[in-house]
Design a protein around this ligand. Structure first.
Ligand code: HT7
Ligand code: ZN
Length: 873
């Protein structure tokens, strides 16, 4: 594959000050006339040819300053338009192209989703619409004229503010939009279609009236209110938390049903996957509401971190994505429970980013080379990128962080910036040298921090020794690791002094270091990496008793949860390795844990149900596989986890029943999506799950009742999930009832596809093959594919990694089919094979054979070929 290297970056030879783009929408023959005000870039090469990017384009017309160009003066291919000797002064190029939006199944560039014209230009989709300098450091002021049949597309939306609109010949109309803020082409967007709308006014902190609106498919406006209010909350929060106000007269969000990712932050015109817009109590779970709020906020926050300050090149992707994830995390924490939210973030990081960093697709947060940029929208760039920003704040403190952010925005407004520009703002603000810290952007892999503690009773000291290493890169210079910590005793946190701990944080910036606390009378338990202060693996030998001290007495909620997880992990790993039959496991080693959970539930379940639900949740099968790391047998992990759940369920049985009943009684008559109500439902459903683990019959009884009586999707779906793992009539009847009730609701049927994809039984593969023929399923719709095939490959390890290879084959077949229509989607599905080397020999051999078969497929896309080459390397 041809690699693009960061070190080869050079400024564009030409700049484009303004773009006037005229788009005449037509299902098959959309015409685009784009007029570019070009000039040589003083920082570029003099006398360079002008090479504009294209992809599968046909040139219909070309003029320079109003005159047609001589055919010898330029050359045009589907992939590039080259003007050999352009003028050495500003000049205007008028380019006419024609495209077929209906045939566009890649969902990049201009395409149609359920008849609605929409665009997706990040990372390099604009070149599918017209020839352009399609790189983020070329920033232009855009005016967009959109013309369409009035019947087909009564709504016409563009970037920026609406300027004029009116009739354009019989049955046709047009609208002109102008965006005064210079932007790169990847933020260009337009929409044309028949859409319903909800809207309201907001006033910014500087007194600007802004009309915010959400556009959805006809008939779905009643499900758009939550998203609309989430926009208003996001705007307010960015003003308060970061001093950032909105900068246009309108802010529009459009929901479409065919979309490759979650959403896109186009300037003033965010386009969303409808999964992250539409919500009603009957169709959306609490997790859906939280995701909608988060993604609405994320895309809105890009208005500053991404749009006003954009990226110089795609190697700097984390500059906008990591920072914006950090911002959306902080927003969600402020809207909901901070501790509960942080635990959720860390679970995602460990489930998605840690394995990526440990496998063949590992890359630095700022990659140095890529073959296909669309394959670098990864957990590493997004989630680890956000952790780096979080560590920076921990290192310099909240006030300096805010001042640094202000400086970053001020110094880089209207610019295409780099990671160096970002760090420079904080270095200047604090006077600190951040060059050591910058290594986080360059080093792939999850660091391991090993810690030993020693209490000297006579000296009344407690010594902590730290060592850090980066597996596979042991000789690399140390990272700067902020460790938030404290000491905990049998009655709670211990106030002990240590001069190297400032504001509760010790900074480990050497390969090894040690710190000493004084005035420590009792032997303490260290509470380390509070709030998960750095994205590392921690190795420290602690007994279950010590961990239970943390669960009971730490004042850091994250570490209380972590203590319970660590014990559960040890118990599952031990059972996996022993792999004793269910009947032989008496569970005596789990007794203390079960008792501690019981005490915990009595004391806290009803005061913080959301947190209690997390403490009751065991590490997933994937978490356990990642912990063990080699020779994985997913069946053994599944059995071990099920056995432990059964012990816990049996040990807590009475309490669980009582809690389930009490929580069901507390349910409000009218549904509320707020965090308190969601927490109550989370705990109720966690108790149901454990009751089922202890006693399938009782679990079925409770689940059937809950399924029938549920007044919201969270409870209905939790009941269905509980039933889905118990073979029999009750399961099939509930699945059938659910499918009939939601036959006309594609997004809800996705949940139904997903639940069946998760069934850990041998028949699941046959079930999935059958579901692929279900009228509601389509290989061309990314949501459907992710719900059925994606859920199977990422969350059903026993069936995906079956030793006969049937699971791998199912997914490989889907990848090959999808690659012909939507390479981005196919490549994402393929990343499920990223952990194949962890598997035991037989499964590993099956994975190699399947990957080999994919590799032998003729005409693979660059997207899939890139992931495949790296997965097999
Ligand atoms: N900035 C966006 C990333 C993106 C994307 C979105 C939709 C379809 C294709 C895409 N390629 C890249 C979304 C975000 O992270 O905010
Ligand atoms: Zn983003």
């Amino acid at each position: 594959p041809i690699l693009i290297h960061l070190e080869d970056y050079r400024p564009s030879d030409y700049l484009i000050d303004t773009v006037d783009i005229d788009v005449r929408l037509h299902p098959r023959e959309t015409r685009i006339i784009s007029t570019l005000a070009l000039r040589p870039n003083p920082a570029g090469r003099p006398h360079a040819p002008l090479v504009l990017d294209g992809d599968e384009l046909a040139l219909l017309g070309l003029t320079l300053d109003g005159s047609p160009l001589d055919s010898a003066a330029y050359s045009a291919t589907p992939a590039a338009l080259t003007v050999h000797e352009p003028p050495r002064r500003p000049f205007a190029l008028r380019i006419e192209t024609r495209i077929d939006p209906t045939a566009n199944t890649k969902l990049m560039g201009l395409y149609r989703s359920s008849g609605v014209y929409c665009t997706q230009c990040e990372a390099d989709g604009f070149r599918w619409i017209t020839y352009f300098l399609d790189r983020p450091d070329v920033m232009s002021v855009y005016t967009t004229r959109i013309e369409a049949e009035e019947d087909e597309a009564p709504i016409l939306l563009g970037n920026g503010n609406p300027k004029e609109s009116g009739p354009a010949g019989p049955g046709r109309h047009y609208a002109v939009w102008h965006d005064p803020h210079p932007k790169p082409a990847y933020l260009f967007a337009l929409v044309g279609g028949r859409l319903d709308r909800v809207s309201r006014e907001v006033t910014t902190m500087d007194g600007r009236a802004v009309s915010i609106a959400v556009y959805v498919e006809p008939g779905k406006a009643d499900r758009a209110d939550y998203a609309l209010e989430a926009i208003a909350r996001s705007m307010r929060w960015d003003e308060t938390a970061f001093g950032r106000a909105y900068d246009l007269d309108v802010f529009n969000v459009v929901a479409v049903s065919d979309f490759n990712m979650g959403a896109m932050e186009n300037k003033g015109l965010n386009i969303f996957n409808d999964k992250y817009v539409l919500a009603s109590p009957d169709t959306a779970t609490d997790a859906d509401y939280a995701a909608i709020e988060r993604i609405i906020a994320h895309e809105y926050f890009h208005n500053w971190s991404g749009n006003r300050v954009t990226c110089r090149d795609w190697f700097q992707l984390c500059l906008k994505e990591g920072l914006t994830v950090f911002r959306d995390q902080e927003f969600s924490s402020d809207m909901r429970s901070r501790a509960v939210h942080r635990i959720g973030e860390v679970r995602t990081l460990r489930a998605r980013q840690f394995p990526e960093d440990a496998g063949p697709l590992a890359h630095p947060v700022r990659p140095r080379a890529y073959a296909e940029i669309n394959n670098f929208y990864t957990a590493t760039v997004y989630e680890k990128g956000a952790e780096i920003v979080r560590m920076l704040r921990t290192l310099i403190g909240a006030a300096a962080f805010r001042a640094g952010m202000d400086r970053y925005f001020a110094d880089n407004d209207g610019r295409a910036a780099t990671v160096e520009d970002f760090l420079a703002a904080f270095a200047t603000e604090t006077g600190r040298d951040l060059s050591g810290f910058a290594r986080w952007y360059e080093r792939p892999g999850t660091p391991v921090v090993t810690i030993e503690g020693h209490h000297d009773a006579s000296a009344r000291t407690y010594r902590l020794r730290f060592r850090q290493r980066l597996p596979g890169a042991e000789d690399s210079p140390p990272l700067v690791i902020p460790i938030a910590l404290g000491l905990v005793g049998g009655r709670g946190p211990i106030a002990a002094a240590c001069e190297r701990v400032v504001g509760g944080v010790f900074v480990l910036d050497r390969p090894a270091d040690e710190i000493v606390f004084t005035d420590v009378d009792e032997r303490p338990v260290p509470s380390l990496f509070r709030e998960f202060s750095a994205p590392v693996r921690v190795e420290m030998v602690l007994s279950d008793t010590e961990r239970l001290t943390l669960l009971a007495h730490d004042n850091d909620s994250f570490n209380r949860w972590q203590a319970a997880q660590s014990i559960a992990m040890r118990l599952i790993v031990q059972r996996t390795k022993a792999d004793a039959p269910l009947a032989e496991d008496a569970g005596s080693d789990a007794q203390a844990f079960v008792e501690a959970l019981s005490t915990f539930l009595d004391a806290e379940a009803l005061s913080d149900p959301a947190f209690a639900a997390l403490v009751l949740g065991l590490p997933s099968e994937g978490d356990v596989a990642n912990e063990i790391g080699v020779d994985i047998d997913p069946d053994a992990i599944h059995r071990a986890r099920r056995t432990l759940r059964r012990h816990i369920g049996r040990g807590l049985r009475k309490r669980l029943e009582a809690l389930h009943a009490a929580l069901a009684d507390q349910a409000e008559a009218a549904f509320s999506s707020d965090a308190a109500s969601a927490g109550r439902r989370a705990l109720q459903n966690a108790t149901l799950d454990l009751i089922k683990a202890a006693d399938e019959e009782r679990g079925t009884e409770l689940a059937v009742a809950q399924f029938t009586d549920a007044t919201n999707m969270t409870d209905r779906l939790a009941a269905l999930s509980a039933l889905a793992t118990i073979p029999g009539e009750a399961r099939e009847a509930a699945l059938q009832a659910f499918a009939s009730r939601y036959a006309d609701e594609p997004l809800v049927l996705d949940k139904w596809f997903g639940i069946q994809a998760l069934i850990p039984e041998n028949d699941t593969i046959a079930r999935i093959r059958e579901l692929q023929d279900h009228p509601a399923f389509a290989m061309t719709n990314p949501n459907r594919v992710r719900a059925l095939i994606g859920t199977f490959s990422t969350a059903n390890p026993t069936q995906f990694a079956r030793s006969d290879g049937a699971g791998f084959k199912l997914v490989a077949d889907a990848i090959r089919t999808i690659d012909g229509t939507n390479p981005q989607l196919a490549a994402r599905l393929l990343t499920a094979f990223g952990s194949w080397r962890m598997l035991e020999f037989e499964r590993r051999s099956q994975a190699t054979a399947t990957l080999g078969e994919i590799a032998a497929t003729p005409g693979l896309s660059r997207d899939v070929a890139d992931i495949l080459t790296r997965t097999l390397a």
